[in-house]
Every structure is written in C-alpha cells, then in structure tokens.
Design a protein around this ligand. Sequence first.
Ligand code: CU
Ligand code: CU
Length: 372
Amino acid sequence: MDSSQLNRRALLGLGTRGAAATIGASALAAPLLLSHQATAKDEHQHETPTQADEHTAHGQSMTMGEVDLDRLGWHPDELLTDFDYGEVTETRPDGTVVREWNIVAFDREIEIAPGLFFPAWTYNGRVPGPTLRANEGDLLRIHFTNAGSHPHTMHFHGIHSAFHDGVTGIGRGEIAIGDQHTYEFTAKPFGLHLYHCHASPLKRHIHKGLYGTFIVNPDPKKRGDLAKKRHPDFEESKEWQEFVMVMNAFDTTFDAANEVYAINSIAFQHMKHPIVVDKTRPIRIYLVNVVEFDLINSFHLHANFFDYYDSGTTLEPTLRTVDIISQMQAQRGILEMSFAEHEAGLYMFHAHVTEFTELGWMAAFDVRDSVV
Ligand code: CU
Ligand code: CU
C-alpha cells in the first residue's frame, strides 16, 4: 500500500488496520483503493485476477457503518420517490396551471459515506436538490434565494428566455449573496431535464452539489395515449414504480478527481439497503448524470434488460432491450423495465465503469412477489 492509497483509505473513513473487516477478505488488493492517481505499480498488481478481485467486483467492497440520517436531514429512500410538484397558485381561464416553488441555496456539510463529510453547496439543504416536476404547458415560477457564501444561479435545461437562463453575465445573471430572483417559464419540452448552478467557475459550482432533476410530464391531450403512463392524472400511470436517480460524485480532496461515487449522494446506500420493488408492477427510473471530472458514466442492470428514452423527450424508446447505457455529464434518460417473469431476489445495478462501482456507485433492487 503506497502513501496515496493510505491517504485515500483515510479519506474514505476506512482506517488502515480494519481493512479486512471493512471490505472483505484479502483487502490489500481491493479495488476500493484504486483511483485516478493509481501508480504503474498498482496497475501491475491488478493484472492477475485474485480471489479478492472476484470478491470485490460485485458486492463485497463496501463501507462500514451507516450515515446518520437524522443529521443528514433526508431519508435516501424518500429522496428516490420525492417528486415535488410545487404549489399550484392559479388556474387561468385558458386552463394554464401556475406552479410555484421556493428554493434556497445555502452551504451545508453532508455525510456522503459513514463518517465522511463533504462541505456542500445545496439547494434546500439537499444534494441533489428537490426533484421539480410539472406537466407540459404549466407556467412555472421558481422563487430562488441565495443564502450561500458565493453568487449562484439556477440554470434549467428546458426552453425559456435568455433573461431566465441563470448564467453568469446573461439576462438576470448571477444572484448575489442575499439576493433573490424568480425564474419564470413554461414547462417544455416534455421529458427528463435537470437544473444546476451556472455561476463561474461552473465546474466548482456543480461539483459542490448545486444540481437537481427537472421532469416535465407529457400532455396526453397533445401527445396521445402513450403519454398517459407518464402523467399522474391518468390511471395508466398508477402501476408504475418510479424512482429518481442522480448519478453524482464527490471530490473530497479538491484535486479535480472524485473519491466517492453514488446515486443520490450516499456511497453504497442502496446496496446496503436495496430498493424494494413489487415484481408485478413495472419500474421507471429517471436517471441523470451530473458527475464532474470524469467524462462518462453508465448504468448497468443485472439479469434483465430495459428500454431507454434519451432525455425522455420521446414516447417511443430510443433504445430497446439493452442492459447498459452511458451518459456524458448532464445527459439523462428514462429507463423502463419489468421483473414480472423473474423470481424474487436481489438484482444489482451499478456503473460499469468499475472504479465508480467500487467507490460507491453500486445498488440493488429487492424484487418481491408482492409488496404490502
Ligand atoms: Cu453556484
Ligand atoms: Cu447544464
């Protein structure tokens, strides 16, 4: 174990003596220790597969203990299914619904692995920020207050005016510390989008935690019957088990490389606590990639295949029957799958960039015959 490995182990809160207990047998070879900074010697050591590699490849590399959920302020299971439709403040004579949210940016330390804290910049105290969801054609007003320590913005992926684009030097531009702005635009196009701070330097403002998911449900009146299964007002949507998963990562050493990877911020959370699903009901995942510093991320499902809708802007899949998709930063898509023909059990999913997997981006569905 060289010094960079020791440093990384310390940063992950793993200690150095408890290694075997932490990450399984023969921990010296555990890929959990690998990083962008791995030396040539490290690479060589991993050329020959060992029993440890076998063990750590799927499921055995893990953190010890649990994140303090009371201190964290949100429950990871709730974050998966917490769709925030805001407050409807007006329905106009032409039928247009006006929907409003209050979002406050502030600095807050969050626990991203047991005992490992990250000094985040947050929207409403969470990373990722609230999942904002609306119906196609709604008029949206997002009242943004900057209570943070730097100028921030909310830049939405969607269709809107330059004034409300939330970018340094354009339109309303940066919102100063203590200042406010109401972003206003119509929810379009339908699909799966995101929002993030677009203050400079952009890379820093994103990786510190200022990002969230923005979903626009397709309008069945305009898009036809296929849209009904993605719109909460219609019976066809009710059987779906929907989850939001933001693939993110944390640079805990501020060296422009990530040490921890996850979906929704907490390393290995849903490997330790698999997501319970009812096998009789189909699953829809709203998947967003916001990882900085690494050019590509991926999602691989075990023992099953899924349909994929790139950006969610179509009602027919853009890819059918795949078990892996890749996303660049800010790329996103909707995954639809069914376990109806499977036996109950644990079905993993994870980044197929193995390094990310072993640094936290690993999870599983607990598929059950029925969920009461
Ligand atoms: Cu910012
Ligand atoms: Cu963007």
